[in-house]
Design a protein around this ligand. Structure first.
Ligand SMILES: *Cc1c(COP(=O)(O)O)cnc(C)c1O
Length: 372
């Protein structure tokens, strides 16, 4: 996204300007479809499409050919339904919660069954309704997070009546280290999934997240489930990020000042200037998803010039050292770049000691959002 930010903005008095490039999102989906072929490619739109608004994101992906959507909670599934066509399927990753069975069945939402208990609950629901209900079966292949442990997989395979009334669509599992191309855990998990698959030979597999798509065809199964790569995050350490950036973030300057050497900056007086310094305060802080761990560490950019964060990140503002710019360059209402051509989402996350996922999902609702 190379569009220059508008120099002065005041849209609803917003603190900043979050541009979401829906064309890049669409191109990322198409790229993943090509890489994963012949596997189908679903879209993971949990956490409100990683903070980018599932109601805006999902229809674009549907239009690009996506027919399978994954969320974490049934509440997210219900909110997503009106945004996508009747021909799309919605899967709930966190599983079938007790009490959610009737809603799931009524609304045609497909649970990922993560335990024998959930299998039994879904089967009982189907039988009571004298119908068959679809589901996905998740096995734990080594992440110890969600899915049937090996002994439950064996028990289920030994007693198919446990699945009465349930139409299993896929056997799935999730990679713990899919973004690390050389991590031996990937092959271990693949072997575990294949062992389970031998017990359910008719079921197609769903395994790869974004990173898994880049691990090669063995990991693709019949349906991949990328999330972060759709939104422009780096999916793998094997190659330079091949995804198009989707998000650009520019934040407004709300005050500038010039201070002498020995001046304290920000909470705790934690930064002290060593010479005359030109400072700018920008209108976003940790409440806007710029973590406090960026204190003394991260930077904003203007015209390609790095402007280091000085002192601690506040809730609603950050102070940056703008001495590297000609005096008067930044004024009230000017914009500085936090995510964009000069600083990738990954670079900002690295400075904050976190991952792109956490930055995206934390951006919050105080920016003016522009969906293009
Ligand atoms: C979040 C999630 C994904 C998507 O992972 P990315 O790394 O964002 O591609 C896929 N599958 C499951 C089970 C998940 O929880």
């Amino acid at each position: 996204m190379n569009t220059q930010p508008r120099e002065i903005i005041n849209q609803n008095g917003a603190s900043g300007y979050l541009a979401i490039d829906l064309k890049a999102l669409r191109q990322n989906y198409r790229q993943l479809v090509e890489r994963a072929a012949p596997a189908a490619v679903a879209a993971v739109v949990k956490a409100n499409a990683y903070g980018l608004d599932a109601a805006r994101v999902a229809p674009v992906l549907y239009d690009a050919g996506c027919r399978d959507f994954f969320v974490a909670h049934i509440g997210e599934a219900l909110r997503l339904k009106p945004s996508i066509g009747d021909r799309a399927r919605i899967f709930v990753l966190n599983g079938l919660q007790p009490g959610a069975e009737e809603t799931c069945a009524d609304e045609g939402i497909i649970p990922v069954l993560n335990s024998l208990e959930q299998v039994e609950n879904w089967s009982r629901t189907a039988k009571a309704r004298r119908t068959r209900l679809p589901a996905m079966l998740q096995i734990d292949s080594g992440m110890s997070r969600l899915g049937l442990p090996p002994e439950e997989v064996t028990a289920l395979a030994a007693d198919p009546s446990l699945l009465d009334g349930v139409d299993l669509l896929f056997l799935m599992s999730h990679l713990a280290s899919g973004d690390e191309s050389e991590n031996p855990q990937n092959a271990d998990q693949l072997a575990a999934l294949r062992a389970a698959s031998a017990l359910f030979p008719s079921l197609p597999l769903s395994f790869a997240n974004s990173g898994g798509i880049f691990l090669g065809g063995d990991f693709h199964g019949a349906m991949a489930r990328p999330g972060i790569a759709l939104y422009g995050g780096a999916p793998t350490d094997a190659i330079e990020n091949p995804m198009r950036p989707v998000v650009r973030l520019d934040v407004r300057v709300v005050q500038t000042r010039t201070v002498p050497a020995g001046t304290h900056v920000g909470y705790g007086g934690a930064h002290v200037t060593t010479g005359e310094t030109r400072l700018a305060t920008i209108a976003a802080g940790y409440a806007d998803g710029l973590p406090r761990s960026l204190s003394h560490k991260g930077a904003a950019y203007h015209g390609g010039v790095r402007l280091p964060i000085v002192g601690r990140v506040s809730m609603d503002s950050i102070t940056i050292d703008v001495s590297a710019l000609p005096p008067g360059t930044l004024k009230l209402g000017s914009l500085v770049e936090l995510i964009g051509p000069n600083q990738t989402l990954e670079a900002l996350a690295a400075d904050a000691g976190t991952i792109s996922y956490e930055i995206l999902t934390g951006l919050g609702d105080r920016y003016h959002r522009d969906y293009r």
